[in-house]
Design a protein around this ligand. Sequence first.
Ligand code: BES
Ligand code: MN
Ligand code: ZN
Length: 496
Amino acid sequence: MEIKVKIGRPEKEKTEALVVGLFEGAKGFSREVTSLDKALSGAIREALNSGDFKGKLNQTYLIPAMAKIPASRVLLTGLGKEKEFTKDRLRQASGKSASYLSCLGLSSFATLLHHELKPVKDSSQALLEGCILGLYRFDKYKTNDKENGKKEIKEVTLLVDSKNDERGAWDGAFTGKVLAEAANFTKDLVNEPSNHMTPSIMAETAMLLAKNFKLKCQVLDRDEMERLGMGSLLGVAQGSNEPPKFIILEYNGNKKEKPVVLVGKAITFDTGGISIKPSENMEKMKSDMAGGAAVLGTFMAISGLKLPINVVGLIPATENMPSGTAYKPGDVLKAMNGKTIEVISTDAEGRLILADALVYAKRYEPKVVVDIATLTGACVVALGRHATGMLGTDDKVKALLKNAGDKSYERVWELPLWEEYEDLLKSDIADVKNSGVREAGTIAGGIFLKKFIDYPWVHLDIACTAWDSKEGPYRPKGATGVGVRLLTEFLMGWKG
Ligand code: BES
Ligand code: MN
Ligand code: ZN
């Protein structure tokens, strides 16, 4: 999508549609809206007076311009009560208006929405995020989808009233566009069915990303993983005919600093293995690579924004399948650091592939490692769909992630990692077991991972946030792309 920032007055702007935001129950209009209303012979005032449009959050109301102004139509967008207004509500209103206009078949529009919050940079970032996220659809497998004669919105113009706002509006809009396009890229990977998103295809996708975004990329195959002693990851992979891949990405935006390492779980399909899952809802387990996909999207974003930091991405990728060669409950695996793991459930596979990746991360002498994974169903029980679980050893990084979560509205919520929980995973025959009793499932996942780190570390459990069977205000149901905007906002604030 192309963005333009233009100094100008709405009643003079020639465009397919002009988007105007109004608060619920507002007494007066801003200067811009007052003169626009006048040019429209009071049509905006009339919409409010008649009660047809109340300004309720995400309400839309279309006014044909009848050649009174150069714009063809005006779309009024409700912003809700002014006192309750937030950046996320702006994302919502923007997403709603963009998808409304795209359903009309338009290909461009101009908007005033970014005037509602200060500074203009944050406002225009939220506007573009909402707009591009809101337009996302996954319809590549619909062979005759001519839904509403839908055209694509190709251009958005931000109308600003003075030179002062031009720079901020542009910077914010650019950031918003990069973040939203990266999140949409991640949604595409997660929405892909597992026969189209195998570990090999994921590795090729990473290679292509690296080529297009000036990243270093290396892919380890099974032999190399064997040489490195990644017995935990290979244990999970041994039941599948699809070869496992270990994807390594590097972004260098800085000469000297030690890197932040991001680790993303990529189980391209999780059947549960021999501890097989019930068939109901199993199709959703194509999304069990959402952590890895979020890491790929984050690399797209940080490269697009040219952040002045160093970041390494590690993505262990494999299927988890039952078969004659599959690993079994009771098996003992040896991870890359020599620790032995008794497998109680082959369905607790995410922590097994992450264990080797976390050990591998040590060679970069990381400032911090953040892993992101659809790790536990228990996280859905604990937090529902509105927060990602966060556990870890570094208070400073946890605070930064909390802040990034509030900014991006991909919010995180902390759970404890107290030593008393270690009992959950004591094995009778090995150093640790991969699952225990039902209680504290998400914490047990964190406790397991903690055995494989010796650097500052934070774990993000996105089992609850990576997939939503209901649509959200600026996304359709399915993959959410969670993690990309969260991690990129975190890295934007990272000072090393
Ligand atoms: N991929 C699942 C977790 C999951 C569940 C993600 C639901 C998204 C929605 C993970 O591999 C898993 O199966 N975890 C087990 C762990 C248990 C066996 C200790 C779980 O949550 O039941
Ligand atoms: Mn599983
Ligand atoms: Zn899994």
